[in-house]
Design a protein around this ligand. Sequence first.
Ligand SMILES: [Zn+2]
Length: 275
Amino acid sequence: MKLFLSTDFEGTSGIVAWEQILEGQAEYAQGRQLLTAEVNAVIKGAQSGGATEFVVNDAHNAMRNLHPQDLAGRATLITGKHKPLYMMEGLDASFDGICFVSYHGSIGAEHAVLSHTYNPGAIWEVRINGTIVGESGLNALVAAHYGVPIIFVSGDDATAEEATFIAPKAEMVVVKHSIGRFAAANIHPEVACELLYAGAEQAARMIGQMHTPQFHLPAQIEVTFLVADMAEMALWIRGVERVSARTVKFSGENLLDLYRTFVTVVTLTRSLVDR
Ligand SMILES: [Zn+2]
């Protein structure tokens, strides 16, 4: 059984501030330790449930948060940037299941620690076929394209709630309860890792009953930006249309193409972020 892990950082127990998860910041080393322990708990749990092969895609910020020698399960680590399939780089149809580890809530969620949707400096809201989605929903486009089920999701309570849209049968492990954007009640890391281990073990055992995410075709993505200039810039990309001052849309039958267009929109509008 071959598993793909897309690992973010904001959804790790104990993490509530950017200073803990950005390279060069004072608390980054501590954050990294917490994240690595959680990723390894998921790998070891899945191993005990029957998984034998692991590819980990480090998907947070500079994408060099995990050290290859510290990973359990002799996992292959996809690290560094830029990667054409971003948070889903490395996935293809050869995988049996996907785990979203240390994910976080979307930018508009009511209580979601460190909430954002790809780029907090540009994106205000994203909808797929009318439903507001976070990163789990967007990344599910790639999962659906390759026909691989999302079997496990971890993060705060907002993450688990949002992921039910694309993976209702996945094992959801909540490691902290968000109080606000920069506050959470964190389960002790030791306990969090026990929960992650048990959840991943169960997910691997139940993999036969998991479904690939479903999207009605043609699927439509709507992106609302913080300012109108960003929507204007997104129109440079073929197939992107204006809906209103700050909102654009694009649609199609090929979910991988849609995800690629979204990644291009994100990358392009980064150049306009001016705090
Ligand atoms: Zn992140």
